[in-house]
Design a protein around this ligand. Sequence first.
Ligand code: PEP
Ligand code: MG
Length: 751
Amino acid sequence: MEQQIETGSRKLLRRLRDSLAEDSAGQARLDHVTNIISEEMQSEVCSIYLFLDSDTLELCASKGLKKDAVHKTRMRLGEGLVGRVARDGIVVNEADAPSAKGFRFMPETGEEMFSSFCGVPIQRLGDRLGVLVVQSREARAFSEDEVYALEVVAMVLAEMTELGAFVGEGEALRALHTRPMQFHGQIGQEGVAEGHVYLHEPRVVVTNPVADDPEKEIERLREGVDRLRVSVDDMLESVGKDAVDKDHVEVLEAYRLFANSRSWMKRMEDDIAAGLSAEAAVEKEQSTARRRLGRSPDAYLRERLQDLDDLSNRLLRILTGQGGDPAAVPDDAVLVARNIGPAELLDYGRGRLNGIVLEQGSVGSHAAIIARAWVIPLIVHAGRDITLEALNGDHIMIDGDQGLVHLRPDESVITAFRDKAAMRAKAQERYADLRELPAESRDGIQVSLQMNAGLIAELPSLKGSGAEGVGLFRTELQFLARSSMPQRAELAGIYSRVLDSADGKRVVFRTLDIGSDKMLPYMKREDEPNPALGWRAIRVALDRTGVMRMQLQALIRAANGRPLTIMFPFIAQLEEFTAARQHVLDEIERERKLGHALPEKLEIGAMLETPSLAFAPRKLFEVADFISIGGNDLKQFFFAADRENERVRKRYDTLNVSYLSFIEHITRRCDETGTPVSFCGEDAGRPVDAMCFAAMGLRSLSMRPASIGPVKHLLRRVDLSEAREVIDRARESGDQSVRGHVMEWLQTVGT
Ligand code: PEP
Ligand code: MG
């Protein structure tokens, strides 16, 4: 019997393939296909439903149902049995369909005489394309073998749809990947960019879903899997050398497990025996696994799905010879990826990408930090389907100010977008004119504007932006974008180049700030219930002093007699600061004994990122050479709202009365001891927020370079004491935030 089904199935697939070779229009081919399937499956009815839009299916061809119903009968996702197959991506097999739960009678189709119903989803790698249905008069459930054969057929139909075999007149038969689409994500980095899509992991196109010679295909599959195993073993071996990263090894072990899985292999061999080509068999299993595990509430299973998915992609690239070729990145590339790590992103190199769109990712991720360093727009959380929808070379526009991505935009969008880009460029020119002018308010208050950085590549912005110095140099990027701990000499070289490029301007080096979302791949760590409140930053440094001391030595050597400014992250109490500071003094002493040049001037500061530090003993403010408010962390702890969780983060305005009062409290405490204070969180780069901080007493702000122009522009146009009066009145008003009052006032002063 099995043999019979296999042969039958192969014959059916061969006939489908031959229909692909015929020179016929989409509708004619679709009609022909339903005839073939109904004949070979010996069912009175065979129908194909395709998506009209993401929510609606349309009957596009049928053998057995009334012809008038074709392109008329529609159902919403989840509606009736067909809608259920499409929504849940499952097979529905009913002997007595009219009495099945959810059945919806469609009188125009004449289906009342058919009892049994079997519907299977037509999908490709999670991309829902439609539903294939067979029906018959006789009230019988379709056998397992028949359902399996239908699934194989649906796989081939999916490939045919992807290849454009059914493109014809009418919306439901439109070509895939041609419609203009818009995606709304979160802003990782502002700015606008236009260009052509470059997929980090290009979609593999299967041009030969059906194969005649199963033995040859099985051989190809086995060879492919062998090569896959070797590559996984190689990867394991290479991480094995400095295997401190438990998670990475675990993932590779899972890869190895899948690559050696007999049942995975067996299923794919069965698919090939049924008539599929090796690559179509891999895709079929990949789609099935996605469907099953994608619905699983179990996080562990979902992670395994991701592993299997990655592995299947690798195997598909091996079998088809299609793969990412960094040399093929177009000049105006906009990178589109599901997610990307800092090392992979750095591989593309600065200046090669116009923008980045990620399906996942987060605003605080390191990909985001790099995009900011490269000053290219970045959208994260752009939506689940952009990597399924976009094709290499598609026209794409990113509006990083609004978090919008226009894929294959139409003329009206293109015009509006280009107008906006031109206006933006004009504004940038205006800001450039301010470069050499001080950030001085109308009433003569000067605010020092500095820039945040984390890569040497950003240092040229120091000149271009008009920043007075680097108020925050995040040192973790050099640690994160590599697979092993950097050496002291290497770090000293990097820091020295940073100081060279700063050309005498002050650079505040923040010592390694890891933990929470920033994990070093080569440093052992334990799972923590809440990493943002866990073992991070200075806590790690004081427990594992080796790395901190090595970094301090590198900084002292890089300074080589020049002034040196060091700042410690995440200080929550006085003792942490005094202990960290003592390490600096010890290392200075050590370097002195070694006869190395000592910094001409040394400043050691503390980042205020936890509310506790604002209430620290006076001694903290006396001992610290300066305080820098890390507003990103401070705000999340002040409001107890995760900085990476968009759902809660946005509820709390920076200009909230309580938060502004807290900032005022910090400036007052610093004033009492004459301790310089600055603010280096992202909010300092938002002109209105920055202006309010200045009005509350902050005289030094550090931000991304692109924000310096806009912030200076606003500061130069306002009277800060008047702004303070507006804020004070607003604080009395009982409103939660002063923003509305400030914006109203700004209108009247004509900024
Ligand atoms: C901050 O928390 O505001 C800050 C500047 O540090 P990071 O964003 O690197 O945590
Ligand atoms: Mg921080």
